[in-house]
Design a protein around this ligand. Structure first.
Ligand code: ZN
Ligand code: ZN
Length: 255
């Protein structure tokens, strides 16, 4: 059996994608172009032709930009909720609905989708088990609730959105309606929310918390690290904290 590794291929409003590499590989989201996905996989020594599926969290372009091209080129299916698939143009791609699935298995990688609040048709977050390792992925959600904490609990690695610093958002240049939307229950997670989720979900086996989807305008890596790190510390949790810069890659993290 292969080990398990997790690589952030892209993060932030310019495009999100996570590669999970085990006996087979899957992509969770494909928000950068097919060419760029291939280029970034090559940088970290990963083979795009090992990818057996693209699993989409929701239809926003920063999560789906390269999905059609990649799936068509490599002849692999796109998985997503009915809402996501109906709003993502995927000609010449086999699509598989996960709307009524509590779990699905792709080449031995078990994926549990669960619903989240975000301003999209039917968005999902995922807990994933590969080679006895658990990966929690919670990005693009406006609020944290008990269900999300439960689904993420027990993960070896937690990938959590830390979109904005509340002070930077409120004093920044975004128009008021956009500020309200981002910080609503259907928007994105603040650094404080990310810290709350990470500190509640992390346990002894959690080696790493990786922060994702940092806003270019309303956050900085330093602020995200400081806020989330403080929350983890006050909850007496000591996983390594990794920050993924806007537009950047992170990993591979071998589990
Ligand atoms: Zn989104
Ligand atoms: Zn997004």
């Amino acid at each position: 059996m292969h080990g398990v590794s997790v690589t952030i291929l892209g993060s932030g409003s310019c495009g999100n994608s996570i590669l999970i590499d085990s006996d087979v590989s899957i992509l969770v989201d494909a928000g950068i172009s097919c060419k760029e996905l291939e280029r970034r996989m090559t940088i970290v020594g990963k083979d795009p032709s090992r990818v057996e599926a693209v699993v989409l969290s929701h239809e926003h372009i920063d999560h789906t930009r390269g999905a059609q091209r990649f799936c068509a080129k490599y002849g692999v299916p796109a998985y997503g909720s009915d809402g996501t698939l109906s709003l993502t143009p995927l000609p010449r791609v086999k699509t598989i609905s996960i709307s009524n699935r509590r779990s699905l298995s792709i080449g031995g990688i078990e994926i549990r989708p669960f619903p989240v609040k975000h301003f999209a048709a039917e968005p999902k977050a995922f807990s994933i088990v590969a080679g006895h390792r658990k990966i929690g992925i919670a990005s693009d959600l406006g609020s944290v609730n008990g269900r999300i904490v439960d689904e993420m609990a027990g993960s070896d690695i937690l990938l959590v959105e830390a979109n904005y610093d509340i002070d930077m958002l409120l004093t920044g240049t975004y128009p008021d309606f956009l500020k309200r939307t981002i910080k609503s229950d259907h928007g994105h997670l603040s650094n404080d929310d990310a810290g709350l989720l990470a500190s509640k979900a992390a346990c002894d086996r959690t080696e790493r918390v990786v922060l994702l989807h940092l806003s270019k305008e309303n956050n900085t890596p330093g602020r995200a690290r400081e806020t989330v790190g403080r929350k983890l510390k006050s909850a007496k949790k000591i996983p390594r904290l990794e920050i993924t810069e806007h537009g950047g890659m992170n990993g591979p993290f071998d589990l």
